[in-house]
Design a protein around this ligand. Structure first.
Ligand code: AMP
Length: 201
């Protein structure tokens, strides 16, 4: 069993590289952004609350977000027990601590955190392009600016948190998708003992 967090600023390629990680290591994908967008599309109570934050480029409050994630884990035990890629969670230190507890309660842990590092001009350009291609409501210039501000103040401190836990794999996130994934795979295969053991089987 392998649990990986994919981490980075909005627009850093977390969703794209999650697809590669799922294929390589057979993980179950949990994207908290997708979970929330699905609720918004279905017009649920949670969707209405989530929309009021997402449309302003703000984070959903920690206590609510932690409950949502716990619910997703409990709803899919057979899928999540095989290993999960967490995409978009945690986004605050409080969420990281909650994730640690959630994993411990399930007799497992976060094995590695893949941090995609991309410079700001490229992030903005990528999100503007994605907004044009997909119509994603929060990929507008004003909201992008706010999301990056929130990322720097609330999410980036997690990088140091996971470095201190010895779990952080900083990956240069510019270039071709396959090249970036090669860097991720090399780093994980070399530094995560559980993956080396899986490869040896
Ligand atoms: P994403 O698809 O990961 O970029 O998430 C889109 C939006 O959903 C974010 O800008 C937040 O408003 C909200 N969101 C997703 N995941 C979280 C989380 N872990 N904590 C708080 N808000 C979140």
């Amino acid at each position: 069993m392998l649990n990986i967090v994919i981490f980075g600023a909005p627009g850093s390629g977390k969703g794209t590289q999650s697809d590669n990680l799922i294929e390589e290591y057979g993980l179950h994908h949990i994207s908290t952004g997708e979970v929330l967008r699905d609720h918004i599309a279905r017009g649920t109570e949670l969707g209405k609350i989530a929309d009021s934050y997402i449309s302003k480029g703000q984070l959903i409050p920690d206590d609510l977000m932690i409950r949502v994630l716990e619910h997703v884990l409990d709803a899919n035990p057979e899928k999540t027990e095989a290993g999960v890629i967490f995409d978009g969670f945690p986004r605050t230190i409080e969420q990281a601590k909650a994730l640690k507890e959630m994993m411990a309660k399930r007799n497992t842990k976060v094995h590695a955190v893949v941090g995609l590092e991309v410079d700001e001009d490229e992030l903005i350009q990528r999100m503007i392009n994605r907004g044009k291609q997909t119509g994603r409501a929060d990929d507008t210039p004003e909201t992008i600016k706010q999301r990056l501000k929130v990322y720097h103040s609330q999410t980036q401190p997690l990088r140091d948190y996971y470095i201190s836990e010895g779990k952080y794999h900083g990956i240069e996130g510019s270039g071709k998708v396959e090249e970036i994934f090669d860097r991720i795979r090399t780093s994980l295969n070399e530094r995560v003992p559980e993956i080396a053991a899986m490869k040896a089987e």
